[in-house]
Ligand binder design. Sequence first.
Ligand code: COA
Length: 388
Amino acid sequence: MKIGIDKIGFFAPNLYVDLKDLAEARGIDPNKFLIGLGQSEMAICPETQDSVSLAANAAYNILTEEDINDIDLLIFATESGVDLSKSGASFIHGLLNLKSNVRSIEMKHACYSATFAVQTAKAHIALNPTKKALVLASDLAIYGLNNSAEPTQGAGAIALLISKNPKLVEIEDDSAFLTTDVLDFWKPIYSDVALVDGHFSNQKYQESFIEVYQAYLEKTNRTINDFKAICLHTPYSKIGYKTLKMITNEDAHPELFNNYQLATTLNRRVGNIYTGALYLSLLSLLERANLKYGDRIGLYSYGSGAVAEFFSVIVSKDYEKHLNKDKNDHMLNNRMKLSIKEYEELLLKKIDGTDITFNQMDKKDNAYFYFKGISNHQRLYAKKHNFE
Ligand code: COA
């Protein structure tokens, strides 16, 4: 039985920072960000969006009534969850009006958890072929102001509907993975921002790639020539490019490098979305590359801390008929650019537990679901135009 990704939904918040503006404000040559990191813009959340509402919006973009009836597993993968006890999945279950007989859970392992969720969903569908599983990968990548990781921030969510006979890609069975105990990136419970040992995290990302990629090739007896494209976890687009260059070069495999550029087009405009970043790259590739039924795409997932996994998917027949490229491009093209002052003010705002109500239209947030505020220490979400 073929099991894989039937639909991909994407949602980015309506605000962004142009990295040329950020470079100018920080007294840095813009080419460091544009060429050195390979990033051009980063998405920023208004106060009315968080990891829960972003995820609900990404799912809302793809789900039909039929999907809602068939879903019996919901996994919310995030490292920017809103509560240490109540699962974001249960908020989302309510917002999406899913049926009650659904298993739901929130998962965390830095940028790896969405891949664990996808593999778990695949196993679930193997046992329950008439059902569907909804995997939501949603994050706000925030490192704070005036540090070297600042240009690699971002925000957004990916929704993956996993089913049998998938319309987009089939997930193959051969997967190679590893766990190591390293402190390359972490977010202490007392900290509002993630902490990162940037160059060490790059090193672990690349070392782990070589290890799981080689293990995958040995396990499958495949070679690099079996891939039409390779998508990598993309905290910023240059890291994946440099990592691909560890196994080949542009003269030997020009198509792999061309497809890598297409696979990072969305990431360069959204920034890092942590655990959804690999799947944003896959979406970017599917929407832009010239793929054929049966083409194999390699996927490299990396989550600091660290877990890495290399696996592959096979492109489905007529996959291009089931994408929403124009809608996704329209969403990114119609965001509001923040001045650096506005961005800094937004990033420094904190929720301290006192009751607060946000006005969705303050920052022209036009999303279907939004975070309405706090009342009596409870988080409240609402649907657009549902003001009280
Ligand atoms: N024009 C073009 N390129 C330039 C440049 C300029 N004027 N100035 C610098 N660069 C290049 C550098 O040569 C370097 O490229 P290289 O790595 O290919 O040599 C790149 O820009 C980055 O410069 P660097 O000095 O290494 O940046 P940094 O130390 O300020 O920080 C990160 C870079 C990625 C370490 C930092 O942004 C970070 O910590 N990000 C978050 C961590 C992360 O995403 N980790 C990934 C693994 S999950």
